[in-house]
Design a protein. Structure first.
Lengths: 328, 355
């Protein structure tokens, strides 16, 4: 040890190494917290909607029990009170289906037109106008449907029942048309058309361009390419778009409340006056509702909330999956 | 010698000369005219009638005849392509027909009712027998501006914070929030109204008020603002964020001084789109602001009217004079909503082109 004296010089104490602080600054912590709080407001609001509707609906749900889902009657103030959403839920579904039958083919056609056929000069204004259609308030659709479309559809309704009356839906025993699920369904179809069209446009534009080019290079016509590449790639996306439209159609209120004349039985005749809608029922009856009726209407609203939430979430998941996964 | 007299090898069939687009269009127009005339003759001699029926039959006949013509000259594949082209183009152009019909009809019905009195008078002293020119929607216009303004104040900060959270941080909360924002954008407007009614009007015992309406509208506006703002914030190049962070700026400064200013015009668009989404909502107002015939400038207390509610209640009153007032309200409303929407689009387009 001693012969190495030179080498074992006392080592100088090292300076303190710089302290590594991976933590955020106070400002960033506050910022993160604020943003997270804002984002969780969405969660909180949805939770509160479910909570308050459930609390206010409980008396009605207790009275009606499980029959709430199966009763074709709406008499919450009667003795004994008998009410259920079966009839209005049936009407809501019928109107939404008629709406989709109107909206879906036009939406897919317009998506193909804008994506594949129209020059950008024509396509872009078309998309802008379609978005403008989405901005028209529900009330104005309702007023237009009631005063303009309904009289204009009387002839078509008569023709349908005269010539296609053997189909149960088009059959009617009364020569009265209008205020029907048919008119309401067409108006709702026009209302959901913009969203179905824009989502369809988006998912159909995801088809791999190289495969489209390959189809054309193999001598396919434009329609051949659409049928063999674009539509198969976008099939689940179109389903998602239709479901999104369905979710919107189920919740439509004012237009249906204005057009439809309500009854509470499962009416198959879509051309004759009558039908029902959950949202329309609430809008029509809420103003004059007493205590019992109000609880029943809130229960109906809760059911509508749950159904639209499920339909919308599933639809979004399908659409997001289609848009993200690049299909090969 | 023999080589020269060999028979020439048979040429392959030359490719068929396609018609030019002009020729094709001319031919199609000729077919269309022929079918239209034929249908007119058929409609004249048979019991078939009606302009709409004639148009539909002509269209169907044209598609069939055009397909037949093309399949004869170009084969089945081309004919199918033609049919698809005609149908797709029809669908594409069909989408703008409803907008045109609606706007024209509302203008036609409402223009007579939009007078000076419509903006300066209320319905307070209007009896059922008064003509449509008496009374106006001053109270409703005031209500609309107050309610929409309050809703914007409530929804915009929350929507922007949500969008910032969605774009600037990763993690489970962001993933869940994205799904929930989508779910929330599908809430039926009447459910939003029921929610505010049960919570604010009943449970907190506040009664009907403009504020209650604004809260219901804010519930509907929040997802629109959040989604649109998220889209535009995403468009800010990552390079800007990275340079700011590399220069030592903390994240909050990066977001407030770099990201948000860069997305400014897009954020304006998001807000205005949200406003145009809620300005015409009627259903939630039925159970939150309830409507009144006189001016109520205090949005915090008492029933208040607004344009959509005014129009809805006039139409429901089912008297010709009241319906005329309703149409005037609808016209003012549609002009308001569509111009807001157009402004939002114009701002967005200018933002894309750069300052």
């Amino acid at each position: 040890m001693s012969d190495l004296g030179l080498l074992v010089e006392q080592a100088r104490p090292l300076p303190e190494p710089r302290r590594i602080d991976p933590g955020l600054t106070t400002g960033d912590k506050a910022f993160k917290f604020l943003a997270a709080a804002g984002a969780s407001s969405v969660l909180v609001i949805l939770g509160l909607v479910a909570l308050f509707l459930l609390v206010d609906a409980t008396p009605a749900l207790k009275t009606a029990g499980f029959k709430f889902l199966t009763t074709f009657e709406w008499n919450p103030d009667g003795t004994p009170a008998a009410f259920g959403i079966a009839a209005v839920m049936y009407g809501t579904t019928m109107i939404a289906i008629i709406g989709l039958i109107v909206a879906l083919p036009i939406a897919v056609g317009s998506a193909l037109f804008v994506n594949e056929y129209a020059p950008a000069r024509l396509g872009r204004p078309l998309v802008a106008l379609l978005d403008l259609l989405a901005a028209v308030p529900s009330l104005i659709y309702g007023m237009w449907g009631l005063y303009y479309l309904q009289p204009h559809l009387n002839g078509s309704s008569k023709w349908l029942t005269d010539h296609l009356g053997f189909i149960p839906f088009f059959h009617t025993t009364r020569p009265v048309f209008g205020s029907s699920m048919f008119v309401a369904g067409i108006v709702v179809g026009l209302m959901v058309l913009p969203i179905v069209a824009s989502v369809t446009r988006e998912v159909l534009s995801q088809a791999p361009r190289a495969v489209c080019e390959a189809a054309l290079a193999l001598g396919s016509s434009r329609w051949g390419m659409i049928r063999s590449v674009i539509l198969p790639c976008g099939r689940s996306g179109i389903v998602g778009a239709a479901m999104l439209g369905l979710g919107r159609a189920l919740g439509e209120t004012i237009a249906i409340a204005l057009i439809l004349s309500f009854n509470f039985r499962p009416q198959t005749e879509i051309l004759a006056p009558g039908g029902g809608s959950v949202a329309g029922l609430i809008a029509n009856n809420f103003g004059e509702a007493g205590e019992g009726q109000r609880h029943a209407l809130v229960a109906a609203g809760l059911a509508l909330f749950i159904i639209t939430l499920i339909v919308n979430t599933v639809a979004r998941l399908i659409v997001n999956k289609t848009s993200k996964g690049k299909m090969e | 010698v023999s080589i020269a007299t060999l028979p020439a090898p048979a040429l392959p069939q030359p490719r068929k000369v396609r018609q030019s687009p002009q020729e094709l269009l001319g031919r199609s127009l000729a077919i269309l005219a022929a079918v239209a005339v034929a249908m007119a003759v058929i409609f004249a001699v048979t019991p078939l009638s009606g302009g709409l029926g004639w148009a539909i039959c002509t269209y169907a006949g044209f598609v069939a005849a055009d397909a037949f013509d093309n399949s004869r000259s170009h084969g089945k594949v081309v004919a199918k392509d033609r049919v698809a082209t005609v149908l797709v183009c029809t669908a594409g152009l069909c989408t703008i027909v409803p907008l045109i019909l609606i706007v024209f009809y509302v203008v036609k019905q409402g223009l007579g009712g939009v007078t000076g009195a419509f903006f300066t008078e209320t319905l307070e002293s209007v009896g059922p027998a008064d003509p449509a020119s008496v009374g106006g929607a001053k109270h409703a216009i005031i209500g609309t501006f107050e309610q929409v303004g309050l809703a914007t104040l409530l929804a915009t900060p929350l929507g922007l914070l949500t969008a910032i959270h969605l774009t600037e941080s990763r993690g489970r909360l962001a993933r869940v929030t994205r799904v929930l924002v989508d779910a929330m954008s599908g809430i039926p407007s009447i459910v939003a109204g029921l929610f505010i009614f049960t919570m604010f009007v009943l449970k907190f015992d506040q009664g009907f008020s403009g504020l209650a309406a604004a809260m219901a509208l804010a519930v509907l506006m929040l997802p629109t603002v959040a989604r649109t703002a998220e889209e535009v914030i995403k468009l800010v190049p990552d390079g800007l964020r990275e340079s700011s962070l590399a220069l030592g700026a903390p994240q909050w400064k990066t977001v407030t001084k770099i990201v948000l200013p860069a997305a400014r015009s897009g954020l304006v668009t998001a807000t205005v789109l949200g406003v145009s989404r809620i300005a015409g909502e009627t259903a939630p107002l039925l159970m939150t602001s309830f409507g009144s015939d006189g001016v109520n400038t205090n949005p915090l207390h008492g029933a208040q009217s607004s344009l959509p509610l005014f129009a809805f209640q006039r139409v429901r009153a089912a008297l010709p004079t009241q319906i005329a007032r309703g149409w005037a309200g609808a016209l003012v409303l549609i002009v308001l909503v569509l111009s807001l929407f157009t402004i939002a689009r114009a701002v967005a387009a200018r933002g894309r082109k750069g300052p």
